[in-house]
Design a protein around this ligand. Structure first.
Ligand code: SAH
Ligand code: TMP
Ligand code: ZN
Length: 408
């Protein structure tokens, strides 16, 4: 494993574990691209000084986010509802009645900003992946096709003025140059403005052994403790935290300039919970590591057993998270025949690394397999509700979070 310095405080990282060579999580590819596929060592470490858990090595941003980015936020109806509630809560709680201005970092296909646009609220998205940004632009959502950093923030201030709220979801943990992002946020925000973002929460990852949250895009695994230390360096503070039941367990953080807002009791309560979970101790991460290995061994023996009994298994949802599971466990196309997915750009392609075919969802409903391996476990509620007929036909689900088990 590489020697890496903490991206937040420069202290030397303590390595936690390596998942071996990994491809790009959203790098679904065609056969003629197999021989140029990009691999890097996926490994995480822990900073003993500021407690930030992070990747030791992350591929360059242009390798992950570009005009063929495969993740379209609006593929999940439940996430659409989630972002509608997020937007309405921001409008009611944080936006002034007169001329509010909202900026979203990583606005993707406009899943959240559409709710501001519909109300005629002045908004701007910063989204570097041109294909998903174009979908938003076509919906009438103002979008700057660019990576957010300090320079972009200065440009936005020049062109639009300062913002009342800067919003983000599932993107701040993707950005290695967080000091530049926070400096940009500070310049772009009005002094009394708020920066609100949510990302998968470290405590959920540890509690659920959801190691598939670990992949190239997720450079950081946030806790309140580690973020508090980042924002303190910029004279900002976490004034509230709100746990979210999406993406397998996320935390929403509300950040303000120091002294501008009263902080909520919840911040203290959740920090205590982090302490109780011993997120400051390397032992906790070593235990996580053995839980991950156990999970892999159980999943692989289950898949081999099912295969030996002549049953057919297919994957359900070609999620970015599945890339870690498939490649770390070594799930080959002879164990999982194909992965069903509703995203057109992924269909007809192959999964990163192991090259399992990705096929349209209709193939799944036309000819149910004996087992479906639920790679989209974070969307389980939505998926189980829609797949009653699969269950009635005798189909079984294989799930691996929080434990490997079969649902029949
Ligand atoms: N917010 C959406 C999308 C999350 S995926 C949701 O929660 O569903 C992460 C998105 O962030 C991608 O669309 C990616 O292109 C974008 N992104 C990555 N780095 C970024 C950066 N530095 N600034 C702004 N957006 C970025
Ligand atoms: P995510 O877990 O990274 O959000 O990825 C979601 C992927 O799952 C996306 O490729 C679409 C796919 N999907 C389905 O195929 N069917 C579904 O019902 C849902 C909710 C998602
Ligand atoms: Zn650190």
């Amino acid at each position: 494993m590489k020697d890496t310095l903490c991206r937040i405080c420069n202290h030397k990282l303590a390595p936690i574990m390596s998942f071996g060579d990994m491809p790009i999580a959203n790098g679904f590819l065609s056969k003629d691209e197999f021989d140029q596929e990009y691999f890097f060592e996926l490994a995480i470490g822990f900073c003993p000084q500021c407690f930030m858990v992070q990747l030791l090595e992350q591929p360059d941003r242009e390798v992950m986010f570009h005009e063929n980015y495969a993740f379209f936020s609006s593929t999940s109806m439940r996430m659409r509802d989630h972002f509608q509630r997020y937007a309405e809560w921001v409008i009611q709680t944080y936006l002034p009645a007169e001329n509010p201005f909202v900026v979203e970092i990583g606005s993707n296909d406009g899943i959240m900003l559409q709710f501001f646009a519909q109300r005629g609220i002045h908004h701007l998205g910063a989204e570097p992946s041109a294909n998903v940004a174009q979908v938003a632009i076509q919906k009438g959502i103002q979008t700057e096709i660019a990576f957010f950093d300090e320079a972009l923030a200065e440009k936005i201030v020049r062109e639009h003025g300062q913002a009342d709220a800067i919003l983000a979801a599932n993107v701040i943990c993707h950005i290695p140059y967080l000091h530049s992002v926070v400096k940009g946020v500070k310049k772009l925000l009005k002094p009394e403005g708020v920066f609100i973002f949510e990302d998968p929460y470290l405590v959920d990852i540890l509690q659920k052994t959801s190691y598939d949250q670990i992949y190239d895009e997720h450079v950081f695994y946030f806790s309140i403790a580690s973020l508090a230390s980042l924002f303190a360096q910029h004279d900002m503070e976490i004034v509230d935290v709100l746990p979210q039941n999406v993406h397998g367990g996320s935390m929403r953080y509300i950040i303000a300039n120091k002294g501008q807002r009263q902080d909520s009791e919840r911040v203290r309560l959740y920090r205590q919970q982090e302490e109780a979970m011993q997120i400051f101790s390397l032992d906790t991460y070593q235990q996580f590591c053995s839980h991950v290995e156990e999970s892999r061994d159980k999943l692989m023996s289950l898949l081999r057993e099912v295969k030996q009994s002549g049953k057919k298994v297919v994957g359900y949802a070609a999620t970015s998270k599945s890339t870690t599971v498939i490649n770390y466990c070594g799930i080959t196309p002879d164990l999982v025949e194909y992965i069903s997915d509703t995203t057109p750009i992924k269909q007809g392609k192959y999964s990163p690394g192991m090259h399992i075919p990705v096929r349209p969802y209709q193939e799944f409903t036309r000819n149910y397999p004996d087992y479906a391996l639920l790679f989209g476990w974070n969307h389980a509620e939505e998926i189980f509700a829609k797949e009653q007929a699969f269950k009635t036909a005798g189909g079984r689900w294989i799930v691996y979070v929080p434990q490997v088990h079969v649902i029949s």
